[in-house]
Design a protein around this ligand. Structure first.
Ligand code: FAD
Length: 266
């Protein structure tokens, strides 16, 4: 589907934890079939006139299908845009632009995938879960959060079967030196066909160190999200060369091994 700007309506909007909110929209066009896991939309958050003109905010698609004209987001309420978004009620209007960017690669022929998510990265990777479950591909998930109350395992799996390893800042189990042997064991014992990650610079670096084969979805700060303003460029290694790529349109999904240097997460 071509990128479109769509006047949507809020169908459902509710808190799922102290900081995260679930948003379901009805759209004027069938979106779900044309939207891939890992792609995102720019949301025109309804800020006050005093705050306009206002950049749209990028949000990954959290849920796609089976209703063709519905789309779901799961977001962290953190700043001006998401605080304005948070106030929307069922029936309110919201304009979104998308689907944008490249999605995750997936093959139904695989045997097992390993999903490594932290914080809001969980929303970006969630559409991979039904994709794998429907295809009979086994799922192992390493989920990292500040504390057990923020993990959102149910929101991530939505009833799909998976082997889940939860790690937390609150008990120190999310520390790199504790996660490293866990990931090393999973990679050695389960030999996943693909590893996916999103939401943590440290987990990305760790997976790179362990030589994991897979993809990362980057959450680089961005403005236009159309490839024009170049505010989201990042450095990548490609065939021995250092190259700049725009996260909004060449990404946000990239090969794990290609990301060079520090990644900034909000
Ligand atoms: C491709 C992509 C997908 C994303 N998916 C999700 C998602 O599914 N759920 C979710 O909660 N968040 C997601 N984010 C992060 C989300 O866009 C920011 O949290 C949001 O823009 C913050 O807006 P704000 O006005 O509330 O916060 P503010 O801090 O007031 O925002 C200030 C500025 O910084 C930018 N910004 C702040 N944090 C980020 C960030 N982490 N990434 C990119 N730009 C940022 C904003 O766009 C804005 O221009 C995603 C980001 C990207 C790039």
């Amino acid at each position: 589907m071509k990128v479109a700007t769509l006047a949507c309506r809020v169908v459902e909007h509710q808190w799922v934890s102290a900081r995260y909110k679930y948003l379901r929209l009805s759209c004027p066009a069938p979106l779900a079939r044309h939207t891939a896991a890992g792609q995102f939309f720019q949301l025109a958050c309804p800020v006050s006139e005093a705050q306009a003109p206002f950049l749209r905010r990028p949000m990954s698609v959290y849920g796609i299908g089976p209703e063709e004209d519905r789309i779901e987001f799961l977001y962290h309420v953190k700043g001006i845009g998401t605080r304005a978004l948070e106030r929307l009620r069922a029936g309110d209007a919201l304009t979104v632009t998308g689907p944008l960017g490249t999605g995750f690669a997936f093959s139904p022929d695989w045997k097992r995938v390993l999903l490594v998510a932290r914080g809001v990265g969980l929303a970006t990777m969630a559409p991979l879960v039904p994709l794998a479950a429907r295809a009979g591909v086994a799922i192992t998930a390493v989920l990292s959060a500040r504390a057990p109350g923020e993990l959102m395992t149910q929101e991530f799996l939505r009833g799909a079967p998976a082997s889940v390893h939860a790690v937390f800042d609150s008990d120190g189990s999310s520390a790199v030196e504790r996660v490293e042997p866990l990931l090393r064991n999973l990679l050695d014992a389960e030999r996943p066909d693909r590893v996916y990650t999103c939401g943590s610079n440290r987990l990305l670096a760790l997976l790179q160190k362990l030589g994991a084969h897979g993809e990362v979805a980057l959450e680089q700060q961005m403005a236009c999200a159309m490839g024009v303003c170049l505010s989201c460029v990042r450095l990548f290694n490609e065939e021995g060369e250092k190259v700049f790529r725009r996260v909004c349109c060449e990404g946000p999904v990239f090969p794990l091994g290609a990301v060079a240097g520090e990644v900034q997460f909000g």
